[in-house]
Design a protein around this ligand. Structure first.
Ligand code: N01
Length: 542
């Protein structure tokens, strides 16, 4: 330990801790947090449940897994050298490519030496008398730290539906969020898949190409737009890399932290023909741009209806069997559930080896030894795939026994929905931070820039505390309560609360309904900067 590190370790604590900071998770958040802490001179240990880095991109190895944010944007910007040297082969990268990038970052910045893999954090307990945290793992480690940073991921706690009989199934079953490392070969097999969200929509066309027969058990049809992925446009890469810093800065000041041109025109300001022309253009271009054809698509129901009608028309054109097409027509607000991008998703239902099973009313009755029973019919299966999503944003935190002041479990404090200030910190849990936690833009922004913004903020905050000899920082209830209302109010002004989606916990039976991500990325960044500038207003510092 260097002298500076040692000083930091002693500052304010009644006794030295094993580390200045414990970081939970070695995905993109944990990796950059570790790098940042090192450059600031803090000692840190990262615990990671997987056997290598990558987080989401380590676990989600299902066929077809790919990011739907262009890779020139879905990547780190903290190192100019890194962003200049790395070359993405495609516009939207595959999971193996993103994982390759994560590995490169780990090697380039020599991160692995401070990461303990194959280790799941079991508990994080505050010792109020010393203002330190004790972290215990499933491998028997017990370490102390002044600070804890939870980088456990927003979409990492798997949702495996409690369907009766699953334990009796004689075939193989998988959840897409914990996919085997070796290839799963579906050749010649009868496969069932449950779930038609972003994941299912990517996996279904790939599995259908291999399986003898694929049964898609669909509870809710989803909208999807062609991704139209291409090899990376080299000219675009050169242009962006000529001023990557400027490009990132401009994107960071855009809604969703992405290179999107935000329109000012309202849907009904133009003629029906012009509207149609713009939607056709978005469809042909591919990507998530459909919502950006007009300014009011996310707030005005009638405006939104013009997009959903357009996409439904496309589904009916693509899917040849009109009965199947009808079952695939969503009836919720467009993009209220996270919009999906696909490659040949609807086309896949034209294949003779694919059957769509509508389980919208009764769900799956049970899993049997031989397959699945739904709508009174038995489907014999060799493999069953759950693309059923995640206990988003709070699941990965609630899975850990985190106890703050007066031994209050975080889970108990959040029993009616998450309570935090800025999605960064929760009252009663001093010196504990969450990266892209509930109450921050998180999943409603380009994730890697959102992670970097949080890590930078936390890094500055730790430095501020140490430079002033301060022992603790803790969100105040007085700041946290209005923030919770602000998060919900911002969402209520949009159509994101107009359907059952995981943003508000609706996908998990019994989970309290509360809108979790903060809608306004640009406003949020400004608030965070203001809070730090005003000596961490809204936080108690001791
Ligand atoms: O999960 P989801 P996901 N019986 O929750 C169904 C990101 N992501 O893994 O809508 C039957 O969206 C459920 O039905 P319903 C992205 O942010 C990004 O697909 O609840 N069905 C739904 O169809 C995304 O939003 C990328 O009625 C059940 C599906 O399972 C997030 O991850 C790629 C069921 C779950 O959809 C999560 O996506 C992939 C049950 N008991 C993921 N329980 C890209 O960047 C659930 N379902 C491209």
């Amino acid at each position: 330990m260097t002298e500076l590190q040692s000083q930091k370790n002693q500052v304010g604590a009644h006794r030295a801790t094993d580390f200045d900071v414990i970081v939970v998770g070695a995905g993109f958040a944990g990796m950059y947090m570790l790098h940042k802490l090192r450059t600031l001179g803090f000692t840190a240990r990262v615990y990671e449940a997987g056997n290598d880095v990558g987080g989401t991109w380590y676990w989600n190895r299902y066929p077809g897994a790919r990011c739907d944010v262009p890779s020139l944007q879905y990547s780190y910007q903290f190192s100019e050298e890194l962003q200049q040297e790395w070359q993405w082969p495609e516009k939207y990268s595959t999971q193996p490519e993103i994982l390759r990038y994560a590995n490169h970052v780990a090697e380039r910045f020599d991160l692995r030496k401070d990461i303990q893999f194959n280790t799941r954090v079991a508990s994080v307990i505050l010792n109020e008398s010393t203002n330190t945290w004790t972290v215990k793992t499933d491998r028997g480690d017990q370490v102390t730290a002044r600070f804890c940073v939870m980088a456990a991921g927003c979409l990492s706690s798997k949702n495996i539906p409690k369907i009766p009989g699953l334990a009796d199934f004689q075939g193989e079953w998988y959840h897409t969020g914990n996919w085997p490392h070796e290839k799963v070969d579906f050749t010649g097999k009868r496969v069932g898949i449950v779930g038609t969200g972003s994941t299912g929509i990517q996996a279904i066309p790939m599995i259908a190409q291999e399986a003898k027969h694929l049964y898609v058990f669909q509870r809710t049809p989803q909208y999807s737009v062609p991704a139209r992925n291409t090899p990376l446009d080299k000219e675009e890469e050169v242009r962006i890399k000529a001023d990557y810093k400027g490009y990132r800065t401009r994107n960071n000041s855009q809604p969703f932290a992405q290179d999107l041109s935000i329109p000012t025109t309202q849907t009904f300001e133009v003629s029906e023909e012009e509207r149609r022309r713009r939607y056709d253009e978005c469809w042909e271009k591919g990507g998530l741009g459909m919502m950006l054809a007009f300014a009011d698509s996310g707030t005005n129901r009638e405006a939104n209806e013009t997009i959903s009608s357009f996409v439904k028309e496309k589904i009916q054109q693509i899917v040849k069997n009109p009965d199947v097409a009808k079952l695939l027509l969503p009836d919720h607000i467009y993009a209220c559930k996270r919009p999906c991008l696909d490659t040949n998703y609807f086309e896949t239902y034209n294949r003779p080896n694919v059957t769509l099973v509508d389980i919208s009313r009764a769900g799956i009755e049970r899993v049997t030894t031989r397959g699945v029973r739904a709508k009174g019919k038995e489907y014999d299966l060799d493999c069953l795939v759950f693309a059923t999503g995640f206990d988003a944003m709070t699941g990965s935190l609630n899975n850990i026994d985190i106890c703050g002041r007066a031994k209050q479990p975080l889970k108990e404090k959040w029993a009616d929905g998450p309570r935090s200030y800025l999605g960064l910190s929760s009252a009663g849990f001093p010196n504990l931070f969450t990266i892209t936690g509930p109450g921050s833009p998180s999943v409603l922004a380009n994730m890697i820039p959102a992670i970097e913004q949080h890590v930078n903020w936390i890094g500055d905050c730790l430095q501020y505390l140490c430079e002033r000899g301060l022992r603790t920082i803790e969100a105040t209830v007085a700041a946290e309560d209005p923030w919770r209302i602000q998060v919900q109010t911002a969402a209520d002004a949009t159509l994101w609360t107009a359907c059952d989606n995981w943003y508000q916990g609706a996908n998990i039976p019994g989970k309290p309904r509360a809108f979790m991500p903060y809608v306004d990325w640009v406003g949020y960044v400004a608030i965070c900067e203001e809070v730090a500038k005003n000596s961490y207003q809204g936080f108690a510092l001791q």
